[in-house]
Design a protein around this ligand. Structure first.
Ligand code: IPE
Ligand code: IPE
Ligand code: MG
Length: 231
């Protein structure tokens, strides 16, 4: 793929599972099940393209507003996915990190996340980050509170950056959102300051290799100036 400028870090807001299911006369949860299969493919395609970091928006802090049954189903799906795929993921050298308030999740999911993080921490081939119980505003507030505890009275941008949840992860170069909504929904608010944004109407369970390639082609054409002028 040497005609492509490949982003080092891609973030994806995987939206549209529920609508996809309804469109196909199924229950919303069936859409989530399909969504996991697509996420699995996207991890593989990201590696193929040469992306180093992939952050998947898996569950937002606001998603607690959903019915209990849907939330439980989503959490079960995540646990089951790792039960079935963890060995393969680890053998492939994938380091898995979680972004968000993992400690506030139900114990079974929390334990799974911590175990996975621990087992995969020395892997270096690829970085998969799952934003789980994540909120961008919360991350910013948590960073400020950590700095206050250090006794600082004035905060710098550097203070903020070293107190984010995953300070060593580079900012996302490209954020893709499926499902047709044109918003960030509290995803990576600080980190997205200079991200390129790509929105598609495709519902997440229909997201394909071609669509991903289109997003990368579009990204390749963008001129990232970061406030400077073209050289
Ligand atoms: C995204 O799909 C998955 C999660 C938020 C967990 P949705 O469940 O939001 O699907 P729509 O937007 O209702 O179609
Ligand atoms: C964003 O999708 C969250 C995830 C994909 C995990 P939502 O469906 O929750 O976003 P809104 O409610 O449309 O903004
Ligand atoms: Mg949605």
């Amino acid at each position: 793929m040497n005609f492509l400028k490949v982003p080092k870090h891609v973030g994806i807001i995987m939206d549209g599972n529920g609508r996809w299911a309804i469109k196909n006369n199924r229950e919303r949860n069936y859409g989530h099940k399909k969504g996991v299969e697509v996420a699995e493919n996207v991890i593989e395609w990201s590696k193929e393209f040469g992306v180093d970091y992939l952050t998947l928006y898996t569950f937002s802090q606001e998603n607690w507003k959903r019915p209990k049954e849907e939330i439980e189903f989503l959490f079960e799906l995540i646990i089951r996915y790792f039960e079935e795929n963890l060995n393969r993921i680890i053998e492939n050298g994938v380091k898995i990190s979680f972004l968000g308030k993992i400690d506030d999740l139900p114990k079974s999911l929390k334990d799974t996340c911590k175990e996975i993080q621990n087992i995969s921490k020395n892997n270096k081939e690829f970085n998969l980050i799952l934003a789980l119980n994540y909120g961008g505003k919360q991350e910013i507030v948590d960073a400020v509170n950590k700095i206050i505890k250090e006794g600082k009275e004035e905060i710098t941008i550097e203070d903020m950056e070293r107190n984010l949840y995953l300070p060593h992860v580079p900012n996302p170069d490209l954020i893709i959102r499926t499902g047709g909504e044109v918003r960030l929904s509290n995803f990576l608010l600080w980190e997205s300051a200079y991200s390129e944004l790509y929105f598609t109407k495709t519902l997440w369970p229909d997201f394909s290799y071609e669509e991903y390639l289109n997003a990368l082609k579009d990204y390749s054409k963008r001129e990232r100036r970061f406030g400077a002028i073209k050289q």
